[in-house]
Write a protein that binds this ligand. Structure first.
Ligand SMILES: Cc1ncc(COP(=O)(O)O)c(C=O)c1O
Length: 478
């Protein structure tokens, strides 16, 4: 037996030196553990990156690509340098973007997948990873509140997820569009502040950006449900056919939620595909105290849910979810895919007919590992804590003279400003990062400039925010 195995060509030549793997992995995990520990303890500051050309030089990237070599001895100092120039997501003062604060189990899932490489669109190419995706998607549709017959797929990010949903909606409104293209009458109703991937998807679907009809919004950029009838009348008067209506839970800029129940009811009454972009907010379904924010999501025909925002997975792991999964299968109508995979579907199930990607990372494992170790109650607690803290931070900010918040937050995203000068907000943001070690983002809401924070690190506390407000006052006074 052993003899015959050894006679397989190539069996004797090992592609891995496993002792090298163990050594490098040991160095890497020790360095990363130090990095996270320093970050969550705020032992090192959050800093602004150097100019790009300087960083390329510091990390010797060009030299290393072109002949210089790393080895076990040089790897450690080089990795330290890489970490020094990486964003410290676990740091209390890292409060800028909607990037998840990855948890240990999902990080380990990536460590494992990095070595065993299971692109799992087809079952036989990654059986365990494929099974994990199927189960995670099934669980997500249950959390949304849909009955049997719902389903979906995981994809590389919320933008691709929105594109996939709109493609499925187009297949319902114009079943021949895959072959014949679109005729110029289809449109998508969305608030002007919807994530840019909505407009981009519509343009990529060949409908032209002008096919996005702006819905009326209130001062917080939330859809006004009472004005939906007028929007529909205008579409009809112009000979346009709404293919879908998109609402946000929550909106990227403000972190506020559209009234999903009212909008969903309107869409049901008028037979319009209701898409809930819950890329950021869907994880609040796991928090008993906050899931009311998503009330009405179950009326949706589709939703998207980014685990790489609030479910603490590394980028990326986004879900495309449909109340009727057959509509997802109708989205991609390429005969070749069916010819190739139809026969083998029973033995080797495939996701190729539901997704843009051919090769796909083991996205489900990232989500599965966090769920298996932390439970949905553990993840729900994390979301609840970040949302509750952000409400407290609102009160701290609103109590300080000279500061103003856009609104009470409904999530872990909060917009505020010091004074009203738009340029001052931009200057403050830059100086806070460069001189004071606080990383915020900034956004425009209804044409006005705001500072914006997204609270994802458990380490961010009232003291962090008090310190940031003191720093803003000092910078403004100077
Ligand atoms: C509401 C919403 N939808 C979609 C996206 C796009 O997600 P991704 O960055 O994963 O492509 C975002 C990202 O910020 C978002 O906030």
């Amino acid at each position: 037996m052993t003899d015959s195995l050894e006679s397989v060509p190539g069996a004797a030549a090992r592609s891995w030196d496993v002792s090298e793997y163990e050594r490098l992995a040991g160095i890497a995990t020790a360095a990363v553990a130090r990095f996270v520990e320093e970050s969550q303890g705020a032992e090192e500051p959050v800093g602004a990156p150097p100019p790009l050309p300087e960083l390329i030089g510091k990390l010797r990237l060009r030299e290393l690509v072109r002949g210089e070599r790393l080895d076990a001895a040089t790897f450690e100092p080089w990795l330290e340098n890489v970490l020094t120039h990486s964003v410290r997501l676990h740091h209390p003062a890292e409060i800028a973007h909607q990037v998840s604060n990855p948890d240990v189990p999902a990080a380990i899932a990536d460590l494992i997948q990095g070595a065993i490489n299971q692109p799992m669109s087809i079952y036989e190419m990654g059986p365990a990873a494929h099974a994990a995706e199927r189960v995670v998607v099934e669980w997500m549709t249950e959390k949304v509140g849909w009955p049997a017959g719902s389903g979906g797929v995981l994809t590389h990010g919320g933008s691709l997820a929105n594109l996939t949903v709109l493609l499925a909606a187009r297949a319902v409104a114009a079943p021949d569009a895959w072959v014949d293209g679109v005729d110029g009458t289809l449109c998508v109703l969305a608030p002007p502040g919807s994530h840019y991937s909505v407009k981009r998807s519509v343009a990529m679907l060949g409908m032209g950006e002008r096919a996005v009809v702006d819905l009326e919004v209130d001062e917080y950029e939330r859809i006004v449900p009472e004005a939906l009838g007028d929007a529909l009348d205008r579409c009809e008067a112009e000979g346009r056919r709404p293919m879908a209506l998109v609402a946000a839970a929550c909106a990227t800029s403000t972190g506020l939620h559209d009234d999903l129940a009212a909008i969903g009811t309107f869409c049901r009454e008028h037979g319009i595909w209701f898409h809930v972009d819950a890329a950021h907010g869907a994880t609040a379904l796991l928090s008993p105290e906050h899931r009311h924010l998503l009330k009405g999501i179950e009326l949706g025909d589709s939703t998207i849910w980014d685990a790489h925002k609030m479910m603490r997975t590394p980028a990326l792991a986004a879900a495309v979810l449909l109340r009727d999964e057959r509509r997802l299968e109708a989205a991609f109508r390429q005969k070749a895919a069916y010819l190739i995979y139809e026969d083998s579907e029973e033995e080797s199930p495939s996701l190729l007919e539901r997704q843009v990607e051919c090769t796909k990372a083991a996205l489900g494992m990232r989500i599965f590992m966090n769920l298996a170790f932390r439970g949905e109650d553990g993840i729900g607690r994390y979301v609840g804590e970040q949302y509750d803290k952000t409400a407290r931070f609102h009160d701290l900010i609103a109590a300080r003279p000279g500061f103003e918040c856009l609104s009470r937050p409904e999530s872990n995203i909060l917009c505020f400003r010091h004074g009203r000068d738009p340029d001052e907000q931009v200057r403050l943001r830059e100086r806070l990062l460069a001189e004071r070690g606080f990383h915020l983002s900034s956004t425009e809401v209804n044409g006005e400039r705001w500072l914006r924070m997204t609270i994802t690190a458990p380490a961010t506390s009232d003291e962090t925010i008090e310190g940031m407000l003191d720093a803003i006052e000092e910078l403004a006074a100077a």
